[in-house]
Design a binder for this molecule. Structure first.
Ligand code: ATP
Length: 297
């Protein structure tokens, strides 16, 4: 009987691994729009991350042959550092995240994690190191527990509960009659945008990756929920290297470093205060967003 089970176990593992990949991918873009063109090198080793340092070295890349999107971009995020990428729409912010997750390889230059070129290691080992908290979280039509445990292809109850606490969704789950077994999604309980985002954060905590990509919500959360989620994300990012892709500057003002992209090139870099003092593109974007939010208030 055991011999019968072993291949089934393996199949289950393959299935879960693929599903996990899909969760992350679906999280970052609409799945079908993505051209998956990158393959592992023959005999590629797994990445070994001791210090989660992320470095872009002269990265040049475009989706189409005659349209360069990133133009010789270099930056480094130290282990445990929090870097934000800002810039006008279409500047290439999300492209940076896609390259780091290795959906594409750069035309020129290299992307290194802890000194290892991500093009030289297996994609599965690379993606295990990176958690994505996306702007619009995708939930399976299944239980809330299943949705959280997906961070690691099935997790024990203790891990799941710790993650739910870390994401501040445990009080919500405790109030549900069926707790973790409550069905969510189209046929089950409908979750609000903020609750869905917390499930995504809990999923990331189960995965427990050393590197985080935080893709800021463009979808409207009310400002109190947004503040709460931001506080949770701050706590979750502690002791991890994070890269935030931000549209609203107020959410990333306290990053260690802010990188301002303009048409695929690094226009400015520095702390919020240093960039304001510079009176350049960042300062201009900041004052524009300040007056917009005053107009709304
Ligand atoms: P936003 O703030 O609007 O989200 P962004 O700075 O994140 O923008 P990217 O999504 O990185 O910008 O896109 C940079 C450029 O690359 C855009 O001009 C976009 O049209 C183009 N682009 C993005 N994805 C693809 C793709 N799959 N194929 C071709 N071009 C693409």
């Amino acid at each position: 009987l055991m011999q019968l089970f072993r291949p089934l176990d393996l199949l289950g593992w393959v299935y879960r691994t693929i599903r996990q990949g899909l969760v992350d991918m679906a999280a970052m873009f609409k799945l079908m729009d993505t051209n998956i063109e990158v393959e592992d090198r023959l005999g590629a080793p797994a990445i070994v991350v001791r210090q989660p340092i992320v470095a872009f070295e002269d990265v040049t890349f475009g989706y189409e042959r005659d349209r360069t999107i990133l133009k010789g971009l270099s930056f480094e995020v130290p282990a445990g550092g929090h870097t934000a990428i800002v810039g006008p729409s279409g500047a290439g912010k999300s492209t940076i995240a896609r390259l780091l997750f290795r959906f594409y390889d750069p035309w020129l230059g290299r992307i290194l994690i802890d000194g290892q070129d991500i093009a030289e290691v297996t994609q599965a080992s690379l993606r295990a190191q990176i958690g994505i908290v996306p702007q619009d979280s995708v939930l399976f039509n299944d239980t809330i527990g299943y949705n959280i445990a997906y961070g690691k292809g099935g997790a024990d109850h203790h891990t799941m509960e710790a993650a739910a606490r870390g994401a501040s969704i445990m009080p919500f789950i405790e109030k549900l009659p069926d707790g973790f077994d409550t069905e969510v999604g189209e046929r089950g309980l409908k979750l609000s945008g903020g609750e869905k985002q917390r499930v995504a954060i809990a999923r990331t905590l189960v995965k427990d990756p050393p590197i985080l990509i935080l893709d800021e919500a463009t979808s409207a959360l009310d400002s109190r929920t947004e503040q709460d989620i931001l506080a949770t994300l701050h706590a979750v990012s502690e002791n991890r290297t994070s890269i935030s892709i931000a549209h609203r500057l107020s959410t990333i003002a306290d990053s260690d470093e802010i990188i301002v992209l303009d048409e695929g090139a690094l226009a400015e870099r520095g702390s919020h205060a240093a960039l304001l003092a510079k009176r350049g593109l960042y300062a201009e974007m900041w004052s524009r967003q300040q007056s917009e939010s005053e107009a709304v208030a």
